[in-house]
Ligand binder design. Structure first.
Ligand code: CO8
Length: 263
């Protein structure tokens, strides 16, 4: 059982088919240092290897912050083009590990999501935020740029114009403004509870279909419409070849609830 695993900077809990990964470094408002990235990567491996788990929620411990960015004291020690590039690539790997998971990932943004914390939320599939959350990309105020996928994922999500405004001004936005922009999907006083509710509504569906939807969207964003539609047709074919497809369509016709087996 996953609750047995001990990490220093995060916890993982399992509630039936839902896993919750909670970043927990109270002394730095859950900022991401290299040790935390290493633990995240290990935790994600455990989650993906656990066939019982159908969805993952990522959140931050405490009232104040989801994640206040990359760890600035660690960044401050970086020296030279090569070192900077390596740190960015290492963080990007973990972000990609999240977006490539075959299960849906929901960010429950309970407070500040700044810099790398915003980028972490962007690597998730769906975002739920507390009305008190604040989001922003303050990197340029520190003389650096986002390095964990933010310059790429944000414009894909909300368009280049709105993304460049946030990237260049470094202004913090309220959760309400983030909702209007389409950065977050839902506002909720209890973002973790709302994230659980959203996850529950996803895990009722066919797990193979869910993972194929994620793959189709992810791969389609990297290519042309025609090539993306070809990817969709390939993945549609794979879905049609599953027992879950027989079950889902058969259950509809028999007027009963489907019981998906992930086969
Ligand atoms: N890194 C390290 N420590 C942090 C960070 C951080 N990102 N954020 C907060 N802390 C620490 C503070 O230093 C403070 O520690 P201490 O108590 O020892 O002084 C403690 O957390 C509490 O923070 P504050 O006292 O500052 O709390 P406030 O309520 O006054 O302010 C804020 C809260 C507004 C969230 C404020 O802490 C803040 O502005 N934090 C930094 C936000 C930021 O700029 N984040 C972006 C970092 S850059 C980044 O993420 C780049 C990613 C790409 C890197 C690519 C790699 C090459």
């Amino acid at each position: 059982h996953m609750d047995e695993y001990e990490f220093e900077n995060l916890t993982i809990d399992q509630h039936g088919p839902l896993a919750v990964l909670t970043l927990n470094r109270p002394k730095a408002l859950n900022a991401l240092n290299s040790a935390t990235f290493g633990e995240m990567s290990e935790a994600l491996d455990l989650i993906v290897d656990n066939a019982e788990i159908g969805a993952l929620i990522i959140t931050g411990a405490g009232e104040k912050a989801f994640v206040a960015g990359a760890d600035i004291s660690e960044l401050n020690g970086l020296d030279g083009v090569y070192a900077g590039r390596e740190v960015a690539l290492a963080g990007q790997d973990v972000m990609s590990q999240i977006s490539n998971l075959p299960i849906p990932v929901i960010a429950a943004i309970n407070g500040f999501a700044l810099g790398g914390g915003f980028e972490l939320a962007l690597a998730c599939d769906i975002r739920v935020a507390s009305p008190r959350a604040r989001l922003g990309l303050p990197e340029v105020t520190l003389g650096v740029i986002p390095g964990f996928g933010g310059t790429q994922r944000l414009p894909r999500l909300i368009g280049a114009g709105r993304a460049l405004d946030l990237l260049l001004t470094a202004r913090q936005i309220s959760a309400e403004e983030a909702l209007q922009m389409g950065v977050v999907n839902y506002l909720a006083d209890e973002p973790l509870a709302k994230a659980r509710e959203v996850a529950e509504s996803i895990v009722k569906n066919g797990p193979i279909a869910i993972s194929l939807v994620k793959e189709a969207v992810r791969r389609g964003l990297d290519t042309t419409l025609d090539a993306g539609c070809e990817i969709e047709a390939d993945l549609f074919g794979m879905a049609v070849a599953t027992a879950d497809f027989q079950e889902g369509t058969g259950a509809f016709l028999a007027k009963r609830k489907p019981e998906f087996k992930g086969e």
